[in-house]
Design a protein around this ligand. Structure first.
Ligand code: ADP
Ligand code: MG
Length: 264
């Protein structure tokens, strides 16, 4: 179906069952992500961001609503998505190159081509010379880069990223997200990116979507009026960036405050 969004969520609901009680985690999420669009999802802790990504990835079964790719309803694990979560999930017994070429091997790409493409991607993420290293020999930031190269090798239609740079220290995190920004601006893939960091959300995304406190729904959506390519340091201190930062932060703060008053 042409003209349909790459990813379309309608009324996505989820109740977790806990000791015979049902805890609503998502209260009906409506969200469209266009082909090639980068959407950052922010919201109070516990509002269901991770749950939503797991539903899109087919790892958690939704209680209600629909998930569609290119207008086609999806159930089970869709072929369209690639995941990058906090845990980089590298295979510890494989070298950097072998981790990166793993998705190509799974797809049956000829060995010589796997090696050539993996080497290219390792270089692209700035790890030239580390191909023969094992994950345990690398820093956290370098491991993230390997995970990025691997997801680029898998080349899914939709990247689902759940606080992928979360565990890194602030400096490394800024460097890795700046490099990811460059990479994304060259590949232009559809991305749904969860973060609790408003700076990161605005820096990377075309659109920042704020969720309500749990059970999560889409509260507000903000277009990011900052031209690309973006340079991390130039962008973060511009007036449009600061202005949007204030609006998103206010929207988030209202959610946390409302939740506080509802619960006590
Ligand atoms: P977020 O990523 O926005 O912080 P989560 O999606 O992790 O939120 O969680 C949403 C809500 O669902 C929270 O209240 C959390 O405690 C609850 N939850 C998450 N995973 C489970 C689970 N496996 N079983 C029961 N409740 C869960
Ligand atoms: Mg989470």
């Amino acid at each position: 179906m042409s003209g349909a969004p790459k990813l379309s969520l309608r009324g996505v609901r989820l109740d977790y069952r806990r000791e015979r009680r049902r805890t609503p985690a998502l209260g009906g999420v409506d969200l469209d992500v266009a082909e090639g669009e980068f959407v950052a999802l922010v919201g109070p802790s516990g509002c269901g961001k991770s749950t939503l990504l797991k539903i899109v990835a087919g790892l958690v079964e939704r209680t209600g609503g629909s998930v569609a790719f290119d207008g086609r309803e999806s159930s089970g694990v869709p072929a369209e998505v690639g995941l990058l979560f906090q845990n980089d999930a590298l295979l510890p017994w494989r070298t950097v190159l072998d981790n990166v070429r793993f998705p190509l091997a799974v797809r049956g790409v000829p060995a010589a081509e796997q090696r050539a493409r993996a080497a290219e991607l390792v270089e692209l993420v700035g790890l030239d010379g580390f191909g023969a290293f094992f994950p345990r020999q690398l820093s956290g930031g370098m491991r993230k880069r390997v995970a990025l190269a691997r997801i680029l090798a898998a080349d899914p239609d939709v990247f689902l990223m759940d606080e992928p740079f979360g565990p890194l220290d602030a400096q490394t995190r800024l460097r890795v997200s700046a490099d990811f920004l460059d990479l994304w601006e060259t590949v232009g893939k559809t991305v749904l990116f969860v973060t609790h960091d408003v700076d990161e959300a605005i820096l990377l995304a075309d659109r920042v979507v704020v969720m309500t406190s749990g059970p999560g729904r889409v509260k507000e959506s903000f277009d990011v009026p900052i031209p690309r390519p973006r340079a991390v340091d130039d962008t973060r201190f511009t007036e449009p960036f600061r202005a949007l930062h204030r609006r998103v932060t206010r929207s988030l703060r209202d959610e946390v405050a409302e939740r506080g008053s509802r619960h006590g």
